[in-house]
Design a protein around this ligand. Structure first.
Ligand SMILES: [Zn+2]
Length: 209
C-alpha cells in the first residue's frame, strides 16, 4: 500500500493519502486544506481517487473536502452523528480565523463496521464518539494501521471541551474499541507524530487504569 501523510492547514491536520499499488485506486482521509498539494501527490503517484473519508466534522479535517470532490468526483464519507457539527463550519472557521469553506455535502454515511475498499486494501470503520459524536477511526487490518482522527494522539487523547465532546464517551471508545486492537498496530493520529497501540496502552496517561 502507498501511504503518504501530509500535514495540512494552520492546525497541521494529518491528511492520509492511501493507494493500492496494483489498481492505482486511492482514498484520502481528512483533506482539511492544501487540496492542490493533495492533487499533486495523487497525480505524481498515478492514483485515481475513489473515496474521501472524513474522521469528524471539524474544519481542519473537512475544510478541503468539497474542493477535492470537485476536482476528482470522489464521494465524501462521514458518520451521520456529525451532521449537526457540519452545519457549524462557518462558526468553526471564525474560531480559528480560517476562511469559511462553504457548505459540505456528505454523499454516504459510514457507521461502525462499514468496510471501505480500494483495490485489495480493506478498511473497517470504528465509530468512536467522544471528541465529537460522529468521530470515527479507520482500521486497516492487513496493514496493521489505524487512522485515528482526533480520538487518540501519541501520549494524549482528543479534547472534549468543544460542542459535541464528551470525556466519558472518548474514554469508553478508547477502552472498548481502540485498545482492543493488537499492540503492533501503527496509529496515525489526526495531528502530530505516529505511535503504536502497545506504546499508548503502556504509557498514555489517559489510558492507565
Ligand atoms: Zn477535531
Amino acid at each position: 500500500m502507498l501511504h503518504k501523510v501530509l500535514p495540512v492547514g494552520p492546525l497541521q491536520c494529518n491528511c492520509s493519502i492511501l493507494g493500492d499499488e496494483q489498481t492505482r485506486e486511492a482514498m484520502v482521509v481528512d483533506p482539511g486544506d492544501q487540496v492542490d498539494d493533495i492533487l499533486n501527490i495523487l497525480r505524481e503517484s498515478k492514483l485515481t481517487l475513489k473515496q474521501i473519508v472524513i474522521t469528524h466534522a471539524h474544519i481542519d479535517h473537512v475544510g478541503g473536502a468539497m474542493k477535492l470532490k470537485a476536482a476528482t468526483d470522489a464521494p465524501i464519507l462521514m458518520n451521520q452523528d456529525d451532521y449537526a457539527l457540519l452545519q457549524m463550519l462557518d462558526m468553526q472557521a471564525a474560531w480559528i480565523g480560517m476562511r469559511p469553506p462553504g457548505k459540505v455535502h456528505i454523499d454516504e454515511a459510514v457507521d461502525e463496521g462499514k468496510m471501505l475498499k480500494i483495490g485489495d486494501i480493506t478498511g473497517s470503520v470504528m465509530h468512536t464518539p467522544g471528541h465529537t459524536e460522529g468521530s470515527i477511526c479507520l482500521y486497516l487490518p492487513g496493514e496493521k494501521k489505524l487512522i485515528a482522527g482526533d480520538t487518540l494522539f501519541a501520549g494524549s487523547i482528543g479534547r472534549t471541551d468543544l460542542p459535541g465532546g464528551s470525556f466519558e464517551k472518548i474514554i469508553r471508545s478508547l477502552h472498548n474499541s481502540v485498545l482492543s486492537l493488537p499492540d503492533e498496530t501503527v496509529v496515525i493520529p489526526g495531528h502530530g507524530p505516529a505511535t503504536m497501540i502497545g506504546d499508548e496502552r503502556a504509557t498514555n496517561p489517559f489510558l492507565q487504569k
